[in-house]
Design a protein around this ligand. Structure first.
Ligand code: FES
Ligand SMILES: [Fe+2]
Length: 337
């Protein structure tokens, strides 16, 4: 599936940038192949618009701000968060003609990030478990470009069969490669997959992030999928520690995505410093990327030829794909390869 070609995927919110990155002025970003500009308006709320002036096509992200509007660096035309031209310095007119406008996009702040939807959103921003629970702290982990399709990375997040191979040096058990049983409950905009995974605790010997010394442990895991490119995996260890990972794979284009990852934990900085948590998940993410960045972007899970079904009858990736195809059909779209 070529994500940038599927119109309905423009109607979801995606996290694009830490809000703090806009404090020193407008910034460019590319989402689903579209160049956009992000800035903070007069109320310090994030705004997003096409990164192309409607006059002589200059890049607005090279401009500056004036009264919460983005000012084009070329001739100074200014645009508000709706894309309306609010200042037109070459004219005596107080109110610039309505045709002087650029495309504005839906833009919100949540969880410390700027979220953008390119078309009218058909669902709300995800509500993450533990996000408003005072017993949990949030640790921002990764904000980086990954050379892999967002959908591929999302599929991998629910691919229980890869764990014992890709992660054999950290928590996978290559001598016992049969995937765990998965119980899936679907909802309107995704699903929850529950599994119990016996794992090695090797990585914790190296990076003390779990605060437990046993050689092996068990992860009780509820992985939630928020259609199309967001996952929250809630891992509970026998000690009661909850390590809840939010992974977003915002599509930059069809071959590249922006990884946005943060975790919620029910322990304190004195128990495990944030640097150890980040170092632990860094290793895991690097193991995944070493394989994922070698895959072909546009090869989806094969649900028609049953290539995947032999792996596990209740493979969450198969449900993910079926739900995405149903979404396209509902919106009158064909899958684009
Ligand atoms: S190109 Fe933007 S004001 Fe002229
Ligand atoms: Fe993995």
């Amino acid at each position: 599936m070529l994500q940038t070609k599927q119109k309905v995927l423009r109607s979801f919110y995606y996290p694009v940038m830490p809000i703090a990155d806009l404090q020193d002025g407008p910034k460019p970003f590319k989402i689903m192949g579209e160049n956009i500009v992000l800035w903070l308006d007069e109320e310090q709320k994030p705004a997003a618009a096409i990164d192309r002036c409607c006059h002589r096509t200059a890049k607005l992200s090279k401009g500056e701000l004036r009264n919460g509007c983005i000012v084009c660096p070329y001739h100074g035309w200014s645009f508000n968060r709706d894309g309306k031209c609010t200042w037109f310095p070459q004219s005596e007119l107080e109110d610039p003609p309505k045709v002087y406008k650029i495309q504005g996009y839906h833009c919100e702040e949540r969880y410390g990030y700027v979220w953008v939807a390119l078309a009218a959103p058909i669902t709300e921003l995800p509500k993450f478990r533990y996000s408003d629970n005072p017993e949990f702290r949030k640790v921002d982990e990764f904000y980086e470009v990954i050379h892999c399709a967002g959908l591929r990375l999302m599929e991998n997040s629910f691919d229980v069969a890869h764990v014992n191979f890709v992660h054999k040096n950290t928590f996978g058990d290559v001598d016992n490669p049969k995937p765990p049983k998965v119980t899936i409950t679907s909802n309107d905009w995704g699903f929850e997959a529950y599994m119990e995974i016996p794992v090695h605790n090797k990585l914790n010997q190296e990076v003390k992030a779990l605060n437990m010394d046993a050689d092996r442990t068990v992860r009780k895991q509820v992985s939630e999928w928020f259609m199309p490119f967001i996952r929250q995996t809630n891992i509970t260890y026998p000690t009661g520690l909850i390590h809840s990972i939010v992974t977003c794979t915002t599509p930059i284009d069809d071959d590249t995505c922006q990884l946005v990852q943060f975790v919620y934990r029910n322990d304190r900085e004195e128990d495990v410093p944030a640097t150890s948590i980040i170092a632990f998940d860094r290793k895991v993410v690097d193991e995944d990327m070493e394989v994922l960045e070698t895959t072909e972007t546009n090869v989806s899970l094969d649900i028609t030829k049953k290539l995947e079904n032999h792996m596990l009858s209740d493979h969450p990736g198969i449900l993910m794909r079926k739900m995405l195809l149903a979404l396209l059909e509902k919106h009158g779209e064909q899958e684009v390869y």
